[in-house]
Design a protein around this ligand. Structure first.
Ligand code: TRP
Length: 329
């Protein structure tokens, strides 16, 4: 049998994952878990680049993010869950790749720039400025072919490809050049109308929210501001609730659009149907979450077994990297 190609992707462990993560990356992971040998990284070191003052948050989030991944339907028998801080090859490769990347290249990285602005940083730590280099180590320590991520990660993937090519040019073909796999769903807007759903924006629906919380969050969503009474014809094209129907309630979307335009469905009823669709999707996720939350020791063992396997892969990669760089005795 031909060996499966490998995926590596992951999440910073800075809090629970939400619907934006689900449509942007998690659903792709679930879809691809049979076809690819998938490594899912709990990026705790990367999380510390912005949250180094809050190690307790990172620690709790390692479990939260692991459980989010397992509860959306990733099968621990198929995928490998990896704790970044345990993988020595990632630290070693980060140092080696740092030789091949200039400070100016990192300064011009658009994702670094917008994140630095969002956090209000003007004087950047080496760790924060360099996290895309460390992310290249994440991707290459296990020779990943494919990296399913959201659009905001594209600059990091381009850097990774550049570093790999530079390394291979200098020291001989050693590393695998990764491909990006973008979600076919555009970035999920917040229900408050913000272009992005985000934890820090306070507009996120979490995979771990219960049904009543989802209903309440959907109820407070902004809709077509031109619509005063339920009988006014609405404009679904400018309504974020409608956009969510298009993503999470495809079966009813067309009918709801038509009813909105005709003024035969009001915003309250439309939101109720969205909440029902979301809760229908989240129910099996909640069920799996309840299991894992009651079996934290099993979660710990899954992460530990995955990290041990990843270390074996990483050590093998380091052996080849050191040979290529003439560092082996
Ligand atoms: N930077 C990614 C994010 O913010 C998380 C991440 C860390 C990652 N290492 C990775 C994604 C390696 C893909 C591959 O979502």
């Amino acid at each position: 049998m031909e060996k499966k190609k490998r995926i590596l992707t992951g999440d910073r462990t800075t809090g629970k994952l939400h619907l934006g993560h689900y449509v942007g990356s998690l659903s792709n992971r679930v879809r691809l878990q049979d076809e690819y040998d998938s490594f899912i990284l709990l990026a705790d070191i990367q999380a510390l680049t912005t949250h180094f003052e809050n190690p307790d948050l990172i620690r709790g989030s390692i479990y939260d993010v692991a459980i989010d991944n397992l509860s959306v339907g990733l099968d621990p028998e198929k995928i490998t869950l990896v704790q970044q801080s345990q993988i020595t090859a990632i630290a070693e490769l980060t140092e080696i790749y740092s030789l091949l990347v200039t400070v100016n290249t990192l300064r011009h990285n658009p994702t670094i720039k917008s994140e630095a602005a969002a956090y209000g940083y003007n004087d950047l730590t080496i760790g924060f400025l360099g996290y895309p280099v460390s992310q290249t180590a994440d991707i290459t320590f296990c020779g990943a072919h494919l990296v399913p991520v959201g659009e905001d990660q594209r600059p990091h993937l381009e850097l990774a490809r550049k570093i790999v090519r530079r390394f291979n040019d200098l020291y001989g073909e050693t590393l695998t050049e990764p491909e990006i796999l973008l979600s076919d769903c555009p970035r999920l807007a917040g229900l408050d109308g913000n272009a992005k759903m985000g934890k820090s924006l306070g507009n996120a629906i979490y995979l771990s929210d219960d049904a009543a919380t989802v209903e309440q969050k959907v109820r407070s969503a902004v809709t077509d501001p031109g619509r005063i009474t339920a009988k006014d014809p609405g404009n679904p094209d400018i309504c974020v609730v409608n956009r969510y129907h298009g993503v999470f309630n495809k079966a009813e979307h067309e009918e709801i659009c038509a009813s909105c335009r005709a003024g035969t469905i009001g915003c309250v009823a439309c939101k109720k149907r969205l909440a029902a669709a979301l809760n229908g999707m989240l129910d099996p996720i909640r069920e799996r979450r309840a299991y894992y939350e009651n079996h934290l020791d099993e979660v710990r063992q899954i992460i530990q077994a995955g990290s041990d396997k990843a270390n074996r892969e990483g050590n093998e990669t380091m052996r080849r990297v050191k040979d290529a760089m003439r560092l082996s005795l």
